[in-house]
Each structure stands twice: as structure tokens, then as C-alpha cells.
Design a binder for this molecule. Sequence first.
Ligand code: NAD
Length: 486
Amino acid sequence: MGDNSQALVGDLLTELYIGGEAVPAGDGGRFDVLDPATGDVVASVADGTVDDAIAAVDAADKAAAAWAATPPRARAEILRKAFELMSAQSEDLARLISLENGKALPDARGEVAYAAEFFRWYAEEAVRDIGSVTTAPSGANRILVVHQPVGICVLVTPWNFPAAMATRKIGPALAAGCTVILKPASDTPLTALAMARILEAAGVPAGVVNVLPARRSGAVVSAMLHDPRVRKLSFTGSTEVGRVLLKEAADQVINTSMELGGNAPFVVFADADLDAAIEGAMVAKMRNAGEACTAANRFYVESSVADEFGRRLAERMSALAVGPGTDEATQVGPLVNQDAVDKVDSLVRGAVDGGAKAVVGGGRPDRPGFYYDPTVLVNVHPDAPILKEEIFGPVAPIVTFDDEDEAIRLANDTEYGLVAYVYTGDLARGLRVTERIESGMVGLNRGLVSDPAAPFGGVKQSGIGREGGHEGMLDYVEAKYIAVQW
Ligand code: NAD
């Protein structure tokens, strides 16, 4: 651990944050957070227990009535203040994200800006959450619909965007009047804890936001989902764990939102502006070193331009500076841990054994830390696992197609449906293809779709519900209908 990181983590919250207090784990347990660039220990964090989880629900319950009754304008002003504080501390937060997650500083800075924007957006939405009054078709009564907070929410987040995945849930939950318990990923709890402090400084009352790092995530989350006071689970993570949690949530019929895995196709037609397609491919593939649910996972390129596309993408990938995320010159940081490197490597090996060729990369650099070389694969067999599973690393497999129907068939050949990217110079074709692709989001001649003002989410096994935009708020309210005799 370098001197910089020592200073950075020195003042950090490394205990549980329950009821506005920093508290140790009930059994005194702690776990280590590692720097992916070196494998060194960055900090030791309290490891929440089942009893701590119930204490967090107690705190959220105690704060719930007052927070729900707090005027929307007051809730909005607190969220707005949180946006300002986060923006003011953006450089420290970016360095912290980079330190525990490994991502390059430009990516970390981008994440902080994106994450803070959820507080601003939902500060604005908090005062615009309106119900409706309509006349019943019979004319005999009026139908009043009011929005009420769904109640205590358990929020479970992944390590790949430790700030943004938390604010994308906390922002709308607080705007709607809910209290929350956030269970961050064990690889990246420090950012979540830093945000607890920011929210406290912004004026969030004790107990409204609780943060519970816990390595025994299954037991801790399950205990909360079986507490009758909890009314909502919002989960972002793998489809595999999402499936388990949907079953757990079923016992008490808990309202669930699921932001799960992706397997995004990136489709390039021969009539596309290839410069723009390459730019878009670099963003869609390499943001966060490929560790994004929105990462382009499969490149489908029309045969007549496939060689040129592959050559130009390989040139760009091989020019990237790989190194510790916290170094200013770095463009691609390490992956989050050794397991991630092993998974990427095994997918690449499988593809190469099946006949694919690595035109650039294809292995791990010879250095300490959890690195993988930016890689472009061509001649990938259509059945290769690398086209079926999330790669979550800096690897671009390219497959060719010959016509629009084939492109759509290949793009839809997955159980996932989060996002797709389509590049074409023909607007009618672009709209036609985006309508036929099975995904919650499409980037049309654009390699980045995430926007706090837009509804983010997937179809098929990529999830249920939407985060961001006006729709994101609806996941945290119940529509109560009142029939009024006229
Ligand atoms: P993960 O599913 O392993 O873990 C996600 C969270 O769930 C972590 O906090 C983890 O500690 C917790 N968890 C793990 N097992 C659990 C269990 N049995 N019970 C309760 N909680 C449990 O995912 P990850 O590796 O942290 O993140 C990567 C995954 O997240 C990828 O699949 C990626 O596509 C997905 N993701 C999706 C979105 C989206 O918006 N759709 C965004 C980011 C990441």
C-alpha cells in the first residue's frame, strides 16, 4: 500500500454504520479489503452478523415514520446537499474507488459524477411524485391514487460500481420516503461507508440510511428478508444470486427490483460510420476494463467490414496503458480479484481452443496484481462459452454476419436482455433493429446508455424493474387507491 492510500483510508469509516453510529460487528469480526493493483491489504472492515442485520432493521424501523412524514421539499434539500458534498469530494471519492476496485482514475471520476447525479435527479423527483384523481367510468365515484413509501428497503450492491449502484438505489428510496439498509459488496465496502458519512453530513437523520458490510452475505440478507418489517429488496448483481434472492423474497412476498447480469451484443452494419463504431466499441467494451453489466460482450460485424473493424479495434486496444488504477497515466486498471482474472482467462482459453485467434492480447501480463491484457478475438466459434457468459474483462470477441435477420437472431441468442448496441447509417434500419432486439436498453450509434434521467434495466434474465429516471422512483412507492363516493 502506497503512502497516498494510507492517507486516504486513514479517516475512513471502517465499522458498520447503524442508526447513525459507527459500530463494530457484534462478534468483533473483521475482513480485509485488498488493493487489486497489488493484492495488498488496504483496510480491515467490520464484518456484520445476522444480529447486526436485525439491529440495522431496528434502526431503519425507528426512523421510518418520521422520514416518511418529512415534507418532500425537506427530503429533496437533503438529497441536493448530498449531491453537492459528493461533487465537492469527488477527487477523494474517485481515488478511494480506484483503490478498492482497481478501476482507472478517469473511470472512477466518471463514476463519481454519475453517482452524485442520482442524488440531484431524485432531489428534483422528490417534489414531483404526484398521484392522480380520475372519474370512475360509471361517474358514481372518484378514483384517488396517492403514492406512499414502500417501507424499509434492503439494498444489495455489487463491487463494479461501488458508488453509483448505491446512489441509484438510495436516491429514489430516500426521495420516496423509505428508510434503507445497504449491504455493499465485500470487495468494495469503503466507498459505501464513505457515502454514509456524506449522507449524514447532508442531514439524513440517524437510521434512515444504514450500511452493513458483511462477508456472510447470504445469511445476513436472508435474515433481513425474513423480518416482517422489511418490505422491499433492490438487488444489483449476478443473475445467479438474483435468482436465489427472488426465492428468499417470495417467503414474505417482498417487493423486488432486480438489476442482473448482461450479455450485450454490439452490432455493426456495413453502412455504419466505422470511426464512430470503433469509438463506441472502445467505450462499450473498455469502460471499467470491461467490468460492467452493460459491457459489450459479443461483437457482431457485417462480413464486408469485419476485417477492417477487427484490425482497427485491435490497434486501439493494444495502445491502451495498463497499470494501477490510481496512476494518472493508466487507462485500464486491474480486474477486481484473482477469481475475475481466472474466469476471463478460462473463457479466452476456451475460445482459442475452439479455433479463435487473439489478434492482440490473450493472456495476463507478467506483473503482480490482478491484470488481464486488452484482447481482441476473431474467428470465434458461435457456441464458444465466451459468447454465452459475461466476460467481465477487457476482451472483445468478434463474430461475422451476412444480413439483418442473422444479426438479430445472433443478438437475441441469449437468456440475458439488458442492453444492446447497434451501429448503422440507415435510421430506418436502426429503428427496425432496435425494436426487434430483446433488451431493456439499446444504444443506437452510441456506446454508452447509462444516464440518471433514463430508466435503466433489463428484460429476460437481466432483471425486473427500472432504476433512474421517473420510472426509478416508482420502484419505491406503493400506489394506494382511495375510492371516494360522489
Ligand atoms: P454478485 O451477485 O456475486 O454479488 C452482488 C451482491 O450480492 C454483493 O453485495 C454480494 O456480497 C451479494 N451476495 C452474494 N451472494 C449472496 C447471497 N447468497 N445472498 C445475498 N447476497 C449475496 O455479483 P458481483 O460479482 O458483485 O457483481 C457482478 C454482477 O453484477 C455481474 O453479473 C453484473 O452484470 C451485475 N451487475 C448488474 C448491473 C445492472 O444494473 N443490471 C449493474 C452492475 C453489475
